[in-house]
Design a protein around this ligand. Structure first.
Ligand SMILES: [Zn+2]
Ligand SMILES: [Zn+2]
Length: 332
C-alpha cells in the first residue's frame, strides 16, 4: 500500500493534484487551477483554466478581468483526469470552498481558509470526514480564542452611541470582512446608513448581486463631515491612517481582525477600538474540526503549524507541515 495521499504533492507554489494535473490556489500562473476562494493570495490572475464556485469566479473577474472559468456549484461532483472533485462550503467568505477529492478509494480534503462560526454573508462550513485533511492554521495557537461576534459588535455600537459628534471608522479587509461587519451590525438592529470607502464599493455591489442584503450604504466621497458624525464608516485597513481619514469627523479608529487579540498589533495601527472578529478558525475551531473529521493524517499549511502539529500528535493523529509560499495573513 502506497503512502497515504501520495498522489498529492505539496510544492512551494501550491498543492499539485497529479492524477488531475491541477493546482490548488497556485501562487504562479498554471494551465489548470482550482481556486478555493477570492482572496488575492489564493486567487491569482493569469491561469489557463480556473475551476471555482460562481461567486469566486465573479470576484476574480472583478479583480482580474475575464477568466476562462468553469463554475462548479457546491456539492456538484465532477471528474477531472482520474479524480472526483467536489467543492463544499468553507464558511470563510462569499463563495469560499473546501475542495474534496477522491482517488483510488482515498479522500483528501483541502480546507482553504475556513471558520466554523456563523457568518450572515456566506454558507456555513460543511464537515466532510476524510483520510487526509489539509488545514490552514492562521490562528493555530491556544492563545487565539475569538470572542462571540455579537458582543464585539455591541462594543462597537456602544462606542458609537457614547459620542454622537464622532464617527467610528472600522478597518476591515475589503473582501468579506467589510460586508460581514455591515450584516452583523444589521443583525444587531443597527439600520442607520453606513458610510464606506470607495475601495470596497465594487465588492459591496458584488455581494448584493448574490443576494446578501447590506441595507443603506453611502459613499464617503459624497458626504460632509457633519453628515457622518454618529455613524459607522467602513474602510480597508490601509486607509485607517491615511490622509483620506481627515475628511471624517474625529474618527474613533477601530479594526476588525483576529490579530486584534495581540495588543502590539493594535498599537502598530493606532487602533483605539480593537475588535476581535476573524474569518479564520481560532484554536478551538481548528481542534474541534480535526476531532470531528477524524482524519488519519493532518497536513498543516499557512500559519503557526507547530502547536497544531503537536496537538495532533498528542491525539494520536499523524501530522506534518506543508511549506507553501505566498500566503499572506491579511484576510484575517
Ligand atoms: Zn482567505
Ligand atoms: Zn489564506
Amino acid at each position: 500500500m502506497a503512502r497515504l495521499g501520495s498522489w498529492i504533492k505539496a510544492e512551494p507554489e501550491g498543492i499539485y493534484v497529479e492524477p488531475a494535473d491541477a493546482w490548488i490556489d497556485p501562487s504562479q500562473p498554471k494551465a489548470r487551477a482550482w481556486v478555493t476562494h477570492g482572496h488575492s493570495d489564493h486567487a491569482r490572475g493569469g491561469h489557463g483554466a480556473v475551476l471555482a464556485t460562481p461567486e469566486t469566479l465573479a470576484i476574480m473577474e472583478t479583480r482580474y478581468g475575464p477568466q476562462s472559468g468553469q463554475p462548479i456549484a457546491y456539492d456538484e461532483t465532477i471528474r477531472v483526469g482520474e479524480v472526483d472533485v467536489r467543492f463544499v462550503p468553507a464558511g470563510h467568505v462569499l463563495g469560499s470552498a473546501q475542495i474534496v477529492m477522491e482517488h483510488r478509494g482515498e479522500r483528501i480534503v483541502v480546507s482553504g481558509d475556513y471558520k466554523r462560526r456563523p457568518d450572515p454573508t456566506c454558507a456555513c462550513f460543511v464537515p466532510v470526514p476524510c483520510d487526509v485533511f489539509i488545514t490552514e492554521a492562521t490562528f493555530g495557537l491556544p492563545v487565539f480564542r475569538h470572542p462571540d461576534t455579537g458582543s464585539e459588535i455591541d462594543r462597537l455600537l456602544h462606542r458609537l452611541h457614547s459620542d454622537p459628534s464622532r464617527c467610528v471608522l472600522v478597518g476591515a479587509y475589503a473582501l468579506g470582512k467589510a460586508q460581514r461587519i455591515i450584516t452583523e451590525l444589521r443583525a444587531r438592529g443597527h439600520h442607520d446608513p453606513i458610510y464606506f470607502h470607495g475601495a470596497i464599493e465594487r465588492l459591496n455591489q458584488l455581494y448584493e448581486s448574490f443576494g446578501v442584503e447590506l441595507g443603506e450604504l453611502r459613499h464617503t466621497a459624497t458626504a460632509t463631515k457633519q453628515e457622518m458624525a454618529g455613524h459607522v464608516v467602513i474602510a480597508p485597513p490601509g486607509a485607517l491612517n491615511d490622509r483620506w481619514s481627515r475628511r471624517l469627523p474625529d474618527p474613533v479608529t477601530a479594526m476588525a481582525s483576529g490579530w486584534m487579540r495581540i495588543r502590539q498589533r493594535a498599537r502598530q495601527r493606532n487602533v483605539e477600538l480593537p475588535l476581535i472578529i476573524s474569518d479564520h478558525a481560532d484554536w478551538d475551531e481548528l481542534t474541534t474540526t480535526i476531532r470531528e473529521l477524524a482524519p488519519t493524517e493532518v497536513w498543516i499549511t499557512h500559519g503557526r503549524e507547530e502547536a497544531l502539529k503537536h496537538w495532533c500528535m498528542t491525539h494520536q493523529i499523524k501530522a506534518c507541515e506543508l511549506n507553501l509560499v505566498g500566503y499572506e495573513d491579511e484576510d484575517d
